[in-house]
Design a protein around this ligand. Sequence first.
Ligand SMILES: [Zn+2]
Length: 445
Amino acid sequence: MREILIRGAAVVVTMDADRRELAGGDVLIRDGVVAGVGHGLSSSGEVLEAAGCVVTPGFVNTHHHLYQTLTRAVPGGQDALLFGWLKTLYPIWARMGPEEIRVSALVGLAELALTGCSLTSDHLYLFPNGARLDDTIDAAREIGLRFHATRGAMSIGESAGGLPPDSLVEREPAILEDCIRVIDAFHDRGEGAMVRVGVAPCSPFSVSRELMRDAALLARDKGVMLHTHLAENDEDIAYSLSQFGCRPGQYAEDLGWTGDDVWHAHCVKLDGAEIDLFARSRTGVAHCPCSNCRLGSGIAPVRAMRDAGVKVGLGVDGSASNDAGSLVGEARQAMLLQRVANGADAMSAREALEIATLGGARVLGRTDCGSLEPGKRADIAIWDVSGVEAAGAWDPVAALVLCGPARVRDLFVEGRQVVRAGQVATIDLPRVMENQNRLARRLMG
Ligand SMILES: [Zn+2]
């Protein structure tokens, strides 16, 4: 039996059914699980003092392309809209291989961990030069984050009227075969799973209607989740109307892409009927506010989605369109963006925290994560609010989103300490970054 007691926090934010916040609270971890939340808890194990800190559930990232940490701030893509941005980056991504995929994933995962994330999904949809989904799963195991890898795909290249170059697309039978391989090899259905696998064709504009349909059938057969990009911007809606004769919501529904086991990234342009469809069908949304701002895509109707009962989580999206991967930064941006659209009372700091934690866990189908309650997995972020960013704050919980800090002091995943005193404790990050910079220089040519 291994115990860690997190003692005397300024506030413990539980995200339990009553959204209790415990001033001066403690959290007891036993064998990777939350064993107690309260006051005056004791343990014969390790004790971690949390005075001056806000303790929250680990944040959940519902959309990312980890490989893109190797293509941040690429000059030709800095000021382009979605389709032009993709066309700039595809040829660069085509030069990557297994080492680039693994190292860039480690860097992206480290950035997430430092900014509060304990559980992340990743959407890998290109496999150049022998790269495999396995490379990202290896990276997640090494750093110790809980990981939902999704096997993406593109099958319609330029010569068939698609957007990506032919060298980056795969044959559809091979895609489905590899989906089966990675599900059988890595997907853990059990409570407390550290790795799950999902099926995730890149977007309706890079795969065929048949692959979308077959992917949904396969995912249901295997009992895994489905993920893709949907309704990201005006170009995306125009493409759907001209190519499929319907809006994205209708396209998704027709092909089996709605339900409790489906989540879509962006959904910036969902209309009222599509929001109702998502609420009715329990379809989830990965809201990526920084990426939406960066690509000028628009403001997702998150207020309307939440009011209608749609499950919403946060996503940093790939580091080629953010270009940061800070999950706590994303919580702040989500709150600010709803206020731009709907006024200062449109989203509170606490609601942003709820979306970042419990909201994301629900989108990813995790009932064992997202809150600090006995029996839940011990995924815990400890934020030091005694620093300069929050000095003078009257409300430490709101301060976490309104003021800072931008990084965690400590992070636990399944009771294991991944960040200790502000540093990643599980990998040699400076060495990984050196490697990353070498690979980036090689990609630049
Ligand atoms: Zn994306």
